[in-house]
Design a protein around this ligand. Structure first.
Ligand code: GUN
Length: 281
């Protein structure tokens, strides 16, 4: 069997077009501020991509670049200024932050109504409560991909591989809200291949290149690969051994061109949603 390829680029293009239409109809210009501390090359690429996509959707994007040795207090002041700025609807602090900065303190300083990453404890709690407000972009993008591909979640066994606050945990909460039976597996899980093999829907977000081998996949399962790993030879691969995995899975997302484009599109959607809610919409 060869799996159906879930084309994230095409689903993301549709979502971006729908966001652009919402912006055009809104009668105001939503504003997005992206804060980048330091010069991590991967983060710089992500931030440029987000900035460009926002502009293309009619969102006013600005990127605030701060040096790697920026003191935490200065970063917190910068965020306080963005919280108070009425032209800013969405604030995204690109992660990871330099080691001398406490990520939790920084995220908790963002106005939850402008927290388009959905990382603030208020938004994390709302999602855990089954009453989501602003939802993290990558897991939200995965849910939209599943819907677009016609994959039913209700009653399905879903295994989320990885327990990060950016992907694994919110992913599990969203799948649970969509009536899946959810397991979170991680590096300490006993018999990881066996756990993964039980999955009707397997979401890999562990950050290990091509770790998931074909015998970890239940024949016919849906495999969503969140991993983006750069190999020494420059190739970009996911957490799933793609070619071999596609021989076993029923549907699979490629890397690149799967989940990645959805993350950016969902950020734009969250920004417009935050902007409309802040204006009472
Ligand atoms: N770093 C990797 N993924 C993300 C994300 O979704 N948001 C932010 N802010 N940083 C990230």
């Amino acid at each position: 069997m060869t799996a159906r390829v879930i084309d994230g680029k095409s689903v993301a293009a549709d979502l971006r077009a729908s966001v652009a239409r919402r912006v055009a109809a809104a009668g105001f210009t939503p504003g997005l501020a992206v804060v980048l501390v330091g010069d991590d090359p991967a983060s710089a690429v992500y931030v440029r991509t987000k900035d460009r996509a926002a502009r293309e959707a009619g969102i006013e994007a600005r990127t605030i670049r701060l040096p790697a040795d920026t003191p935490q207090d200065l970063l917190l002041q910068q965020i306080a200024a963005l919280n108070a700025d009425p032209s800013v609807d969405g604030i995204l602090v690109q992660l990871p932050l330099p080691k001398h900065i406490d990520t939790y303190t920084v995220i908790a300083s963002v106005d939850p109504a402008k927290d388009v990453d959905g990382f603030h404890p208020f938004n994390v709690g709302a999602l855990a409560d089954g009453r989501p407000k602003l939802v993290p972009c990558t897991p939200l993008g995965v849910m939209k991909l599943l819907a677009a591909a016609g994959i039913a979640t209700s009653g399905a066994r879903a295994v989320v591989l990885g327990r990060s606050t950016i992907v694994g945990r919110p992913m599990a909460a969203l799948l649970l809200a969509a009536d899946a039976t959810v397991t979170i597996a991680h590096s300490r899980t006993r018999d990881l291949p066996g756990e993964c093999r039980r999955a009707d829907i397997l979401v890999a977000a562990i950050g290990k290149p091509e770790m998931i081998q074909p015998d970890w996949i239940q024949p016919g399962a849906t495999v969503i690969d969140v991993g983006i790993n750069r190999l020494a030879d420059g190739r970009l691969v996911g957490d799933v051994a793609y070619a071999a995995g596609a021989e076993v899975a029923g549907a699979i997302t490629p890397v690149p061109g799967g989940v990645g484009p959805m993350t950016v599109a969902c950020l734009l959607e969250n920004t417009v949603t935050a902007a409309q809610r802040r204006r009472g919409g």
